[in-house]
Structure formats: C-alpha cells, structure tokens
Write a protein that binds this ligand. Structure first.
Ligand code: SF4
Ligand code: SF4
Length: 314
C-alpha cells in the first residue's frame, strides 16, 4: 500500500510540473502545532493591524483537516514568479514583483483545477477536497515548509533552495492519504540581511512580522491613511515592498519564470514616474484591469502615491 501511495505522489508531482508548477510537496492535513501558538500571540498583540479577517476561522486556519472535511493530505505547489524584466523608469514608484503580470489568483486556479481533475480521473475516483491559492484561511507558508519545499526565513517568506522566495504558494487539500515529504533544514544561518535592510523595522528578531510596520501591509491591506511616522521610509514603494527578499542571497540564485500567463504587463512596466504621479481612475482601470494591483483599488493606490508625493511638500 505504501508503495502504491508513493507511486501516486510521483504521478501527481510529474503532472504538476507538466502543468507549469515549479515544485510540489506533500504534508499531512493536521493541526499545525507551533504555528497555532504563534498565530494566537500575533493576533493578541494586534500585529495584524486592521486585517481583521486574520482572526476569523482560527481553528480552520491552523488545521486544514478542519477547513476541508475528511482531508488527509495537503498537496502544496510553488509557482516561480521571478520576473525577467524591471520597471522601465528607475525613478518610477515601485510595485512588488508579484504584481507585474496577470493576477496570479486566476492563472494558478486554472492549473489547480486541472491537477485536481487529473487525480480524480487517473488516480483516485473517490477524490474529494478543495484547492486554494491565497483564497482561504490557510497558513500556506507553514504548509509549504511542512511539505519539504523550503524553510521560513527570517524575512518570514518561504525560501526554496533553487527557486528562492519569489514564489506563489497554492494547495489542494484532499481526502487521499499520501506519504508526507521530509521537511528541510533552515539555511538562514547567522545572516540578518533582511532584518537589517527593512526600512521600517517590521521584522522582529524572533522571525515575527509586525504587519502594522510593514510597507506591504501599509500599501495594500491597510484601509486607513498611512501614519505620518512612515514619511520618508517608504523607499518609493506604492504597492508592496520586496526589500527583505531583494537582499536575501537565496533570491539572487532564482531564475526568471517561464509561465506565459504570468508575463509582466507592458503597460505597467513602462509607466514613467510622471505618469504614476498623475495616475487617474480611468488609467487605473485600463492599466491594472487584470493585475493584482486592483486589490488596492484606485483610492488605495492614489493614497499611496499621494503619500510619497507629500514628502516633497513638507
Ligand atoms: S516587505 Fe518591506 S517593510 Fe515589510 S518586512 Fe519586508 S522589508 Fe520590511
Ligand atoms: S536575508 Fe538572510 S536571514 Fe533573511 S531570509 Fe534571507 S538568508 Fe535568511
């Protein structure tokens, strides 16, 4: 039986790579023990800021078998999004790399659906479960680490030894029992580059992110105005940040992705500093129609641009 399960895992991995995923691992669907306590403390200390949804579905978030009834395994997938290109104008406000192309939620969801159907048709007709990409209360980084796809670095990102940390994490939570992958060792060592480089000291030495101080949170999730004490610290960021990944030696090794569906949108990459500064709602709808930047809405993006501009008028 174990041999058969291993053969299933191999077939699934092979199919995942064929579909364009860059890595695939397996974890048991069970309670994430240390993460449960860490998340509880993080929430109690209000480090989630106004991401109130993070406090919802606590038990499901820390245990995929409670999120999906009857779940036995989690198949975790990574999709490399390391871009080939840079924003053309070096003075233009900066957006996070994950937002260069078509919104990954759509692209990856399609691949997950095909993989799910493949398992049902070719391996296990009684398959039941659900699949997600950043779309449910799931501790995706922890599951990816549990599935042997990397470790959670001091910058709080999942780091894969070959792909680095510019990866989307997605998962199938299913009722098929598969052998779990072996977790790999943390390889941050004595390095503290990410903690030292963070312009807002958002990463605590205990590898906890105080989201309230993180530029990524302030420019995307935060619905209020950006507090004045961040003036001069935004490093020209208007949507996300990436600094703690840029300085990480493990990202320097990553190769650009070759997923056509994630190709950077030319209109976004070509926006000049002046065009960014004068961006209006019509242009926003046209340029970011299919981009993850839409998540900030025009009002949010405009707030972020204005915040950068206001430093020049003080
Ligand atoms: S994304 Fe930016 S602000 Fe947030 S922790 Fe990393 S370096 Fe700091
Ligand atoms: S910069 Fe250094 S400490 Fe931070 S995640 Fe990368 S390897 Fe780890």
């Amino acid at each position: 039986m174990e041999l058969l399960k291993t053969a299933y895992s191999e077939l699934i991995k092979q199919k995942a790579l064929e579909l364009g995923f860059d890595a695939c691992g397996f974890a048991k669907a069970e309670e994430l023990v240390p993460e449960k306590g860490i998340l509880k403390d993080w929430l109690e200390n209000q480090m989630h800021g106004n991401m109130h949804y993070m406090a919802n579905h606590f038990e499901k978030r820390v245990d995929p078998s409670k999120l999906v009834e009857g779940a036995k395994s989690v198949i975790v997938l990574l999709s490399n999004y390391t871009p080939k290109v840079k924003q053309a104008d070096p003075e233009a406000p900066i957006i996070a790399r994950y937002a260069y192309g078509t919104d990954y939620h759509f692209v990856i969801k399609d691949q997950l659906e095909i993989l799910f159907q493949y398992i049902k048709d070719e391996i296990y007709p009684s398959l039941e479960g659900r699949y997600f990409v950043d779309s449910a209360p799931v501790l995706e980084r922890s599951l990816a680490a549990k599935a042997g796809l990397g470790w959670i670095g001091k910058n709080t990102h999942l780091i894969h030894k070959k792909l680095g940390s510019y990866v989307f994490i997605s998962e199938l939570i299913i009722n098929l029992d598969l052998p779990p992958s072996e977790p790999i060792k943390d390889a941050c060592g004595g390095c503290t580059r990410c903690i030292d480089a963070c312009p807002t000291q958002a990463i605590l030495p205990s590898r906890i992110l105080d989201a309230r101080n993180c530029i990524s949170y302030l420019t995307i999730e935060n619905k209020d105005s950006i507090p004045e004490n961040f003036q001069g610290k935004m490093e020209n960021r208007v949507f996300g940040c990436d600094i703690c990944q840029e300085v990480c030696p493990w990202t320097w090794k990553s190769r650009p992705h070759n997923n056509q569906n994630l190709t950077a949108v030319t209109k976004i990459m070509q926006l000049t500093k002046d065009e960014w500064h004068n961006l209006n709602n019509e242009q926003f709808i046209d340029i970011f129609r299919k981009s993850a930047v839409k998540r900030a809405k025009f009002s949010g993006l405009r707030r972020n641009i204005n915040f950068l501009l206001s430093k020049n008028t003080k």
